[in-house]
Design a protein around this ligand. Structure first.
Ligand code: GTP
Ligand code: MG
Length: 417
């Protein structure tokens, strides 16, 4: 059986943290009020979440970006900015997340409800109220918000048919899938046109999607290997819902009741459980003949024409209902979710002009103050870097007094105290 793999790229962009505020209290009786700038809010995280009601990765094909809101900036009077809400991007159960470049697997969202943090939000910056100390009575700087992560991923999903179309050769299965999905199988006016199964994604609205398999026609004796029987039946076995597609136009052929009987007999012979599957009986080519022309309305649940599109919508909504129900009752398979640790720690590298560059989230955060010309701010930075072990790391890397150091956008000359 062919392997149907759905794949797409997505870009997760978490929200930036809001900036801390610089503000001073002003009251009639207090000549020199203290700092009261509030903190910025954290940005929103971007999570991927497996949802069994999502059938494919189609939603990402044209719109790969998923963006969480930024945190709001802090304000005066110690007002903290609001946090940007986290977003949960729904993906099909069974989606594998890969690193975009290396193709290293990062997570396998195997169970309904599995969540994985795709892009980490930036923290909000501290307001100047946080920098008050005995030595610093009136700090005129605050911390900037941290940037949210932005990252591309590759998503892969082994497609499984929700619905299988079961019918005689020439019944109109390939034509039907071509009008309800983007699948473009070969269609011809002779039996056994379809040799390989085709899968198509049917999308009724943002929340309603299912995968339909168009398979080679089934004839009497298929269970014994006649026609393309076995290849076909393996596919049917996996489908959640079956559509018996009955050719109403076959004037010289079998009656609807007879077609249904043969189809069910073949399935039952192959695997009796298949007869218990949720199913509907659909009469095709109603633009040519109706079930009533046969006097057999009772046999079919829906009459459709792929040519005029008559009857397609009610049939598709009925199918989506059956698929939803059957997904909801399913058990989970096992899988893994890797929770990627954040890059912490400090690394020192050399740049082209021989300057030293310090890498690391904490170090970059330490220098993200709003006004780096402020002596008080520089004092805070010096303390923070020392505490993080940046000076030690630089010395270990061989730095000498007077050498240039860069951290994020900040640059200074190194001097040992
Ligand atoms: N008038 C009419 N013709 C249709 C309709 N649907 C399919 N046909 C025609 O029926 C013939 C067979 O259609 P297919 O879709 O290839 O049938 P199939 O069930 O996929 O056949 P196999 O692949 O051989 O099993 C083609 O000539 C189609 O144009 C319909 O709704 N109305
Ligand atoms: Mg076909």
């Amino acid at each position: 059986m062919s392997n149907f793999v759905d794949e797409t790229n997505i870009c997760a962009r978490a929200g930036d943290g809001g900036a801390g505020c610089v503000a001073m209290r002003r009251e009639a009786h207090v000549p020199m009020g203290g700092p009261n700038g509030g903190d910025g809010g954290d940005g929103g995280d971007v999570w991927l979440e497996a949802d069994r009601q999502v059938a494919s990765l189609l939603a990402f094909r044209d719109h790969p970006h998923r963006i969480a809101d930024n945190g709001k900036h802090g304000k005066g009077s110690n007002m903290h900015g609001k946090k940007g809400p986290d977003i949960f991007v729904k993906v099909p159960v069974g989606t594998t997340v890969l690193d975009h470049e290396t193709r290293e697997p990062l997570a396998d969202l195997a169970h309904h409800g599995d969540r994985w943090l795709a892009a980490h939000a930036g923290s909000g910056g501290q307001g100047n109220a946080r920098f008050l100390s005995n030595r610093r009575r009136a700090p005129m700087f605050a911390e900037q918000g941290e940037k949210g992560e932005e990252r591309w991923f590759r998503l892969e999903l082994k497609l499984m048919a929700d619905v299988a179309l079961v019918g005689y050769p020439n019944a109109g299965k390939s034509t039907l899938i071509s009008v309800i999905s983007a699948a473009k199988p070969k269609i011809a006016d002779y039996p056994f046109t379809t040799l390989e199964p085709n899968l198509g994604v049917v999308r009724l609205d943002d929340e309603t999607e299912f995968v339909v398999a168009d398979i080679p026609g089934l004839i009497e004796g298929a269970a014994e290997g006649h026609g393309l029987g076995h290849q076909f039946l393996r596919h049917v076995e996996r489908a959640r819902v079956l559509v018996y597609l009955i050719d109403l136009s076959a004037v010289d052929g079998d009656s609807p009741a007879r077609q249904l009987e043969v189809l069910r007999a073949e399935l039952g012979q192959y695997k009796p459980e298949l007869l218990e599957r949720p199913s509907i009986v659909v009469g095709s080519k109603s633009d040519v003949l109706e079930a009533s022309d046969w006097g057999e309305e009772a046999v079919v649940d829906f009459s459709i024409s792929s040519v005029t599109r008559q009857g397609l919508q009610p049939m598709l909504w009925k199918l989506s209902e059956q698929v939803k129900e059957s997904r909801a009752g399913e058990e989970d398979r096992s899988g893994f979710v890797i929770h990627r640790p954040l890059a912490e720690g400090i690394e020192v590298g050399r740049e082209d002009d021989a300057a030293y560059r310090v890498y690391g989230r904490a170090a970059e955060r330490a220098v993200s103050l709003s006004d780096m010309t402020d002596l008080g701010a520089l004092d805070v930075v010096r303390q923070r870097l020392d505490k993080l072990g940046v000076n030690k790391a630089l010395v270990k890397a061989g730095i000498l007094d007077g050498d240039t150091v860069r951290i994020a956008d900040f640059e200074f000359e190194f001097f040992q105290d």
